[in-house]
Design a protein around this ligand. Structure first.
Ligand SMILES: CC(C)(COP(=O)(O)OP(=O)(O)OC[C@H]1O[C@@H](n2cnc3c(N)ncnc32)[C@H](O)[C@@H]1OP(=O)(O)O)[C@@H](O)C(=O)NCCC(=O)NCCS
Length: 194
């Protein structure tokens, strides 16, 4: 699943405490030694957040503890308990975008700037509907993105699902938005987590 960090929207204040809270000792050392520690930190952070979104589907009761997600940028993996998830990271001067899945092969993702006056949430849904529609026959009904109520989850809603004519499409989807940018991903059913 995905996460996005707009590098312009991220402040630098209190970074040492933040790094210690979200990264394990090995990650902290690698970040300190990295040519660009700021980029290294946000690469680790985005990978952990994207991996949590996979775990939230596999084990919905999991409480997010960033330090328990171990990121290996050399091997393109995120390790959590007995799982080793694939990691695909895109680092640009503007943003860091992480895609994490059991298998990232066949996973399609898009990042784009939000339109003027458009919320990140709306922009991510617009991008996702566009990505999904590109593989539908012309004239098919519009795709809708829903999040079912889920009392007890961190924001009261379950992860997003894509529906066509009220039926779930056979794909897994993910949304992320931060600052100026929004992103979405589609994972084919064969590699989907649910
Ligand atoms: C879930 C979490 C990783 C989202 O990351 P974020 O950086 O805040 O926000 P992002 O923009 O990357 O992602 C938000 C989108 O992810 C999706 N999303 C939300 N919860 C999700 C989940 N559990 N799994 C997958 N996707 C989820 C939603 O579509 C949401 O967008 P929307 O609100 O516009 O619908 C983060 O907020 C988090 O840490 N949550 C857990 C908190 C927690 O466990 N607290 C424990 C004490 S209650």
């Amino acid at each position: 699943m995905i996460d996005l960090a707009d590098l312009e929207a991220i402040g630098g204040a209190g970074r040492a405490r933040f790094v210690a809270r979200v990264c394990d000792e090995r990650e902290q050392e690698l970040i300190a030694l990295a040519p660009d520690p700021h980029l290294a930190l946000w690469s680790h952070f985005a990978a952990k957040e994207a991996a949590f979104k996979v775990v939230a589907k596999l084990r919905p009761d999991t409480i997010f503890a960033h330090r328990l997600f171990h990121v290996d940028l050399t091997a393109d993996l995120v390790l959590w308990t007995e799982f080793a998830f694939d990691l695909r990271l895109a680092v640009t001067p503007d943003y860091v975008h992480a895609v994490v899945a059991i298998v990232t092969d066949g996973c399609r993702s898009t990042v784009a700037a939000c339109a003027a006056g458009e919320s990140g949430s709306s922009a991510a849904r617009r991008l996702l509907c566009g990505l999904l529609a590109s593989s539908q026959a012309p004239g098919t009904e519009p795709i809708t993105i829903v999040r079912d109520p889920s009392p007890g989850s961190w924001d009261g809603f379950a992860p997003p699902r894509a529906l066509l004519a009220g039926k779930r499409l056979p794909v897994d989807v993910s949304l992320s938005h931060h600052g100026r940018f929004a992103a979405c991903a589609v994972v084919p059913a064969t590699a989907a987590e649910t």
